[in-house]
Design a protein around this ligand. Structure first.
Ligand SMILES: [Zn+2]
Length: 307
């Protein structure tokens, strides 16, 4: 009997979560749910407050290994447009869509650009996989960001046809800023003294490096691994900094920077940060920091690294 009551209770909770998960806006605006920061910011730039915009990952949180609650799942199934990345980190989305989402209006960033696989570079820790994972960090290249913004603008205009002209104008103005960012990256590389960087972390910047013709060495591929970095990998990176006479080693946002500091102590180089834009801190989120702000900071760090 107790088991039957418990079962009934959990079914009721599930029904309630499914029924009351989304705080429906009563102002008639469509709800757009974005898994992580880049597409949240892109939608914000295009649509402004024409949509009720939700970022699923909490600011400051680790986005890899995100596990949605029942109410978050029901919010996704209930929303008017769902924007996710579509890589290994989003395996849970594939599961959700295959079971419940046949008529969910969803856009995956990886479908808007040409993708490459994660790459195991010399010295990098990890084993070559028979079937390499798609590198999901498509937004780190400004050229990709432009294609993503164009794709999201199409989806938003289809959602709100009466607002299409205004949103197309917003998207066009924003694309101009991304083009200018892209051109500034290319200018830095055209005048660069070197084209090698060393990264003491996981490496989500393959699209940016490919686009800029940067050779990179990093501790770990992609973002999927939580491995401890081995001594031999750290030694390899130290050797690269010494041999190439690099002025700096890179660390990533939200890192304790321990490995980068070890490399800096051994070689006397500086430590700079490249921000992958996966997520922003609570303070940055509240201050309205944008993808362009973060990428402009990256541009300044890169300028110091290649000169
Ligand atoms: Zn990642």
């Amino acid at each position: 009997m107790k088991r039957r009551i418990a079962l009934l209770l959990s079914m009721l909770l599930l029904l309630c979560a499914l029924a009351c998960g989304t705080p429906k806006t009563d102002d008639g605006r469509p709800t757009v749910v974005c898994t992580i920061f880049p597409q949240y910011d892109f939608v914000r730039q295009i649509a402004g407050d024409r949509v009720n915009l939700v970022m699923l990952s909490k600011p400051g949180s680790e986005v890899h290994g995100f596990d949605p609650s029942l109410s978050e799942m029901s919010m996704i199934l209930d929303c008017d447009l769902f924007v996710y990345v579509g890589g290994e980190t989003d395996r849970w989305v594939d599961d959700l869509l295959s079971k419940n989402g046949s008529d969910l209006n969803a856009v995956a960033l990886v479908d808007l650009v040409d993708t490459v696989d994660e790459e195991l570079r010399p010295g990098m820790q990890g084993e070559a996989e028979e079937k390499p994972e798609t590198d999901e960090h498509v937004w780190t290249s400004p050229k990709n960001a432009i294609r993503i913004v164009d794709g999201l603008a199409d989806a938003l205009c289809a959602l709100l046809p009466d607002e299409a002209d205004a949103m197309k104008a917003n998207a066009a103005a924003y694309v101009k800023e991304l083009e200018s960012l892209d051109s500034d990256f290319q200018t830095v590389m055209a005048g660069a003294k070197r084209n090698t960087i060393v990264f003491a972390e996981r490496f989500p910047f393959r699209y940016l490096c490919d686009e800029l013709g940067l050779t990179y060495y990093a501790a770990l591929p992609g973002c999927s691994s939580n491995e401890e970095v081995s001594l031999s990998t750290v030694s390899f990176l130290i050797e690269r900094v010494r041999e190439e006479k690099l002025p700096c080693v890179f660390t990533i946002e939200f890192s304790d920077g321990r490995i980068a500091q070890t490399i800096a102590d051994a070689t006397g180089c500086a430590v700079y940060e490249l921000h992958s834009c996966h997520n922003v801190s609570r303070a940055d989120f509240d201050a309205g920091v944008t993808y362009l702000d973060l990428m402009r900071n990256n541009l300044e760090s890169l300028k110091k690294a290649v000169n």
